[in-house]
Design a protein around this ligand. Structure first.
Ligand SMILES: [Zn+2]
Length: 173
C-alpha cells in the first residue's frame, strides 16, 4: 500500500468539486468526488542533481531560500520531454554558467519529503562561475575533502566519492 504524500488538489481541477482519497490497485489516489474522471496518482517528480567538478574541486551552492550556511549540489526539474541527462547539462549552464562535459550517471535517490525522484549525475565543467537568481553563494570543495550528508543529494555525493576512489589515488601519498 502506497501513501498519498503531497497535499494537493483539494478541489477537482476539471470540474471544481471536492476531491477524495480513494484506494485504487493498492495505491492512494486523489479522485473527484463528483466522479468526472479526474484522478491524481501522485507520482514522484523527476529532478536531476548534478555534482559539478571544476579543476579546484566540486561546486556546492547556496539557494536563496535556504538557511544560511547550507550548501548542496545543484538540482533542477526535468522539463517536459527532456531526458534527465540533458537537464543536468542545462542546469549546470543555467545555475552556474558552466559548460558541462564528461557527464556520468551516479544513481537514483528518493527525496521523500517532496516526493521527488532524484537522478544524479557527475559532470566536469569549464568556464567562469556566474550564479543565476536562484543562488546567492557558492563554495568549491576539493574532492579529497568532500563528504556526503544525510538525504538524497548527500547520498549521491557519497556514492560518487566512493565510485572515484581507487581511480584517483595518485595525488595522495
Ligand atoms: Zn471533477
Amino acid at each position: 500500500m502506497s501513501h498519498y504524500i503531497t497535499p494537493s488538489f483539494e478541489y477537482c481541477p476539471n470540474c471544481g468539486a471536492k476531491t477524495q482519497l480513494k484506494s485504487i490497485e493498492e495505491q492512494q489516489v486523489k479522485t473527484c468526488a463528483a466522479q468526472c474522471g479526474f484522478a491524481h496518482f501522485n507520482n514522484p517528480t523527476p529532478v536531476a542533481a548534478v555534482i559539478v567538478e571544476i579543476p579546484q574541486g566540486v561546486v556546492l551552492a547556496h539557494n536563496v531560500a535556504w538557511p544560511q550556511g547550507m550548501f548542496s549540489i545543484i538540482t533542477g526539474f526535468v522539463d517536459p520531454l527532456e531526458l534527465p541527462i540533458d537537464t543536468a547539462i542545462r542546469e549546470t549552464q543555467e545555475e552556474l554558467g558552466l559548460k558541462a562535459y564528461d557527464v556520468k550517471y551516479v544513481g537514483q535517490y528518493m527525496f521523500k519529503a517532496k516526493n521527488q525522484l532524484i537522478i544524479a549525475y557527475s559532470v566536469k565543467a569549464q568556464g567562469k562561475i556566474e550564479l543565476n537568481h536562484e543562488l546567492d553563494e557558492y563554495k568549491v570543495v576539493p574532492v579529497e575533502k568532500l563528504k556526503g550528508w544525510p538525504g538524497a543529494t548527500g547520498e549521491a555525493v557519497s556514492d560518487w566519492i566512493h565510485s572515484i576512489k581507487g581511480s584517483r589515488k595518485t595525488s595522495q601519498s
